[in-house]
Design a protein around this ligand. Structure first.
Ligand code: ADP
Ligand code: MG
Length: 318
């Protein structure tokens, strides 16, 4: 059911409350699509990564093979926001140094340091990586599965393209100020003017490209043919209420909720009473979101890690 509900989209976001099974379900989804012959990129955007633990492998900011199957494969990335911010600032800094007179370099560096520590800079960085992966690597991977951070964080993240990084704007403004300063210097200092192309172009181009990538990401996220959001929950009152709320928040961001997953579902055989209570919650979810299919994944025993276990969960997705 879950596979059928998300079969045509190439960008899958798996979200939900902390601890409900996002990483497990995202991994199983990625594995199932690789089994079907796809090249799948599995990306953790949760700063508290636990992808590596589940796969019993070490992952990092660079893509690494997680599983190679007969026809397809899963490659994994755990986004490192601090490294992304640092990389970006290093690139901007190089460009700035190239376009500003040397005496302005100190001021430029101070502006960039402010940007590094600005509120939301890590979130912008994660979003930027999502945009890069979604847009530029679309040719390398058939599908990208994002294992996201707990609900509130993810929603904030996905609504960022709309708000559009204050970070970017701040850099542009800082740049504007510095440039006026530079122009003033050029006028005052004999021979201080730089010849050739206008100095402002390289930096403006860098920052404008970033803005455009955010805009591209926003159009991908809100396109139901490209993006599907899967909300994971357990069959308890609070998580189910949060899932219903999540569905309406996604709708207001124009993101399609393709399916919900009720994970760790108790079987009637294991505990009759508990299974009945859980059924009430599943029914409540179905009544609140009548158009959204619900996939149920049974509570499994034993240690839930390692590739064979991920394959076992994948087989339960149906
Ligand atoms: N179907 C399941 N049956 C039993 N335990 C599960 C199941 N799915 C997930 N778990 C366990 O629940 C815990 C949280 O799962 P995880 O995927 O890390 O959640 P999240 O990423 O949402 O925080 C882990 O210990 C995991 O092994
Ligand atoms: Mg997780």
């Amino acid at each position: 059911m879950l596979l059928a509900a998300t079969s045509t989209q190439r960008l899958l976001f798996v979200g939900g409350k902390g601890g409900v099974g996002k990483t497990t379900i995202a991994s199983a989804l990625a594995y199932a699509r690789a089994e079907a012959g796809e090249r799948v990129l599995l990306v953790s955007t949760d700063p508290a990564h636990n992808l590596g633990h589940l796969w019993e492998q070490r992952f990092g900011d660079e893509p690494r093979t997680a599983a190679r199957l007969a026809a397809g494969e899963v490659t994994a990335v755990e986004i490192d926001p601090a490294a992304t911010v640092a990389q970006h600032l290093a690139a901007v800094s190089t460009t700035m140094r190239g376009v500003l007179p040397e005496r302005m370099h100190g001021q430029a560096a101070a502006h960039l340091e402010l940007a590094r520590n600005a509120p939301g800079s890590h979130e912008s960085a994660i979003l930027e990586r999502i945009a890069d992966l979604a847009i530029e690597q679309g040719a390398t991977y058939d599908t990208i599965v994002f294992d996201t951070a707990p609900t509130g964080h993810t929603l904030r993240l996905l609504s960022l393209p709309a708000q559009l990084g204050g970070w970017v704007d701040q850099l542009l403004q800082n740049r504007g100020r510095s440039e006026r300063f530079a122009e003033a210097l050029q006028g005052l200092v004999p021979g201080g003017g730089r010849s050739g192309a206008p100095a402002e172009h390289p930096l403006t181009a860098t920052l404008t490209r970033r803005r455009e990538r955010f805009a591209h990401l926003e159009s991908a996220l809100t396109d139901p043919e490209r993006t599907a959001f899967v909300a994971v929950s357990v069959a308890e009152p609070v998580p189910v209420s949060e899932t219903i709320e999540l569905a309406s928040e996604l709708a207001s961001s124009s993101i399609r909720l393709a399916a919900t997953v009720i994970n760790r579902r108790t079987t009637v055989v294991a505990d009759h009473e508990r299974a009945a209570l859980e059924s009430e919650q599943v029914a409540r979810l179905a009544a609140a979101l009548p158009a959204i299919p619900i996939a149920e994944v049974a509570r499994l025993g034993g240690a839930l890690s390692g590739v064979p276990m991920i394959a076992r969960v994948a087989a339960l997705l149906g």
